[in-house]
Ligand binder design. Structure first.
Ligand code: UD1
Length: 418
């Protein structure tokens, strides 16, 4: 099994072009399913989750090509509405293809996505919204049989929680429905607006994305289009954290600072010097990382849950004690034990982590429990004295395009051992 080997302690500096956002590519590829024509999607990072999405598309019968970070998808040949059970298990976010294939074929069969590494993650909000749009859903033997052969009808939907995935699935299902759908209490994440921009460029009529009320005027059909995926704000936060813990300095290019307001605030609070210019920023580590009294993850535009592990990783080396409150996922702290193996001093209780800053970290063997937890281990190991071996790295490959190569280019002693 491949592992990442890091010899920590190097001061990192240089320029990094931030990859496209994983959480945008997946719904946009699901959106391509609705299009009667070729979709050319630029800035798609090379990730195993993108590979899984391509397999799902091919499973539907689509023609897909992936070359130089551009995915070309032609869904005119689609003839199947089932998502393979193994692909569903490989990537929980496969559930976003439900909206795409339902909109296209008026039928879908997927296996029920079970729990995942972050906790139970139900899809009740997705399903009750789809039912409101006229989709009949039966659950048998762990499979969801969805049928909208009598048509998808626009409706008013009130989400009890602004779920990102549910908002995306509703947009996808409603884009070619009859009539108008209104989502109240919609998620406002930038990736939702990216999906809406993509669909609108293919002929959809979606208004209000990025706000908590989204209006979808159903259109008969969508056509092919060209779209560029937005930058990945969580990957940007990962490299910012790496600069901070190594006493380094990075210029990050290809970013969208307006998507990162809460993140920039947290890094500045920890003493990092950040200057933003257009679509790039320069981050310089402080001499001593400062504690942050409290960081709370919440829905956008507040601090993103996915960046929690990365900021906690940085705060392990702060002067003083910081507190992180995780408000989105129940089981997000499994990487904390692994950070403690590297010499961090973190205690958790329920949704709260108390991070007592230490003077230094030291290399150790640790296991990635999930995607962002794994990235947090990479960040901490860059600062740890001596060698770290990080195992179970397939999680990291789900969301980072060549993380070891990127970090080598800015001076890290890091490699993959096959
Ligand atoms: C998306 C992101 C993920 C990010 C999360 C929150 C993708 C591919 N993934 O995940 O990286 O961490 O948003 O920003 O875009 N919930 C329910 N019932 C539902 C749906 C959600 O109870 O039907 C709960 C979840 O268990 C969780 C919370 O709502 O506690 C947030 O989930 P949601 O916003 O749906 O996240 P995802 O779309 O799964």
């Amino acid at each position: 099994m491949a592992e990442i080997i890091v010899n920590g302690g190097n001061r990192l500096s240089g320029e990094i072009a931030v990859q496209g956002a994983k959480n945008s590519v997946l719904p946009v590829l699901a959106g391509a399913v609705l299009c009667d024509g070729e979709c050319i999607i630029h800035n798609c990072p090379n990730l195993s989750d993108v590979g899984t999405s391509i397999k799902i598309l091919r499973g539907f019968g689509a023609r897909v090509k992936y070359q130089n970070n551009t995915v070309t998808v032609d869904c005119r040949s689609i003839n199947n509405y089932k998502i393979d059970d193994n692909l569903m298990r490989e990537m929980r976010s496969s559930v976003v293809f439900l909206g795409g294939i339902l909109g296209r074929m008026r039928r879908a069969v997927i296996s029920s996505p079970g729990g995942c590494e972050l906790g139970p993650r139900p899809i009740d909000l997705h399903l009750s919204a789809l039912k409101k749009l006229g989709v009949l859903i039966e659950e048998e033997h762990g499979f969801l049989n969805c049928n909208a052969e009598n048509g998808i009808i626009g409706s008013e939907i009130h989400l009890t929680f602004p779920s990102v995935g549910a908002t995306e699935n509703i947009i996808l299902t409603a884009a070619t429905a009859k009539g108008v759908t209104v989502i109240h209490n919609a998620a406002r994440e930038p990736e939702i607006s990216d999906l809406a921009d993509f669909l609108n460029s293919a002929g959809a009529r979606i208004y209000g994305s990025g706000s908590d009320t989204v209006y979808i005027h159903g259109v008969e059909r969508l056509h092919g289009t060209t779209h560029t995926i937005i930058p990945d704000r969580i990957v940007a936060a990962t490299y910012m954290s790496a600069a901070a813990v190594t006493g380094g300095k990075f210029v990050l290019t290809h970013i969208m600072p307006s998507h990162m307001v809460a993140l920039l605030h947290a890094f500045r609070e920890s003493g990092c010097d950040i200057s933003v210019k257009g679509k790039s920023l320069t981050i310089t580590a402080p001499k001593q990382i400062l504690r942050i009294p409290t960081v709370r993850s919440l829905v956008y535009p507040a601090f993103p849950t996915d960046a929690g592990p990365l900021v906690i990783s940085m705060l392990t080396l702060a002067e003083g004690t910081s507190v992180f409150v995780e408000n989105i996922f129940e089981n997000r702290f499994r990487y904390i034990n692994e950070l403690n193996r590297l010499g961090a001093s973190i205690k958790t209780e329920g949704k709260v982590a108390v991070i007592e800053g230490v003077k230094s970290l030291s290399g150790a063997r640790c296991v990635c429990p999930d995607l962002r937890g794994g990235a947090a281990l990479v960040v901490a190991s860059l600062a740890a004295n001596g060698e770290s071996q990080i195992t179970n790295i397939s999680h990291i490959n789900r969301g980072y395009d060549n993380i070891t190569g990127v970090l080598q280019n800015v001076g890290a002693d890091i490699k993959i051992k096959e």
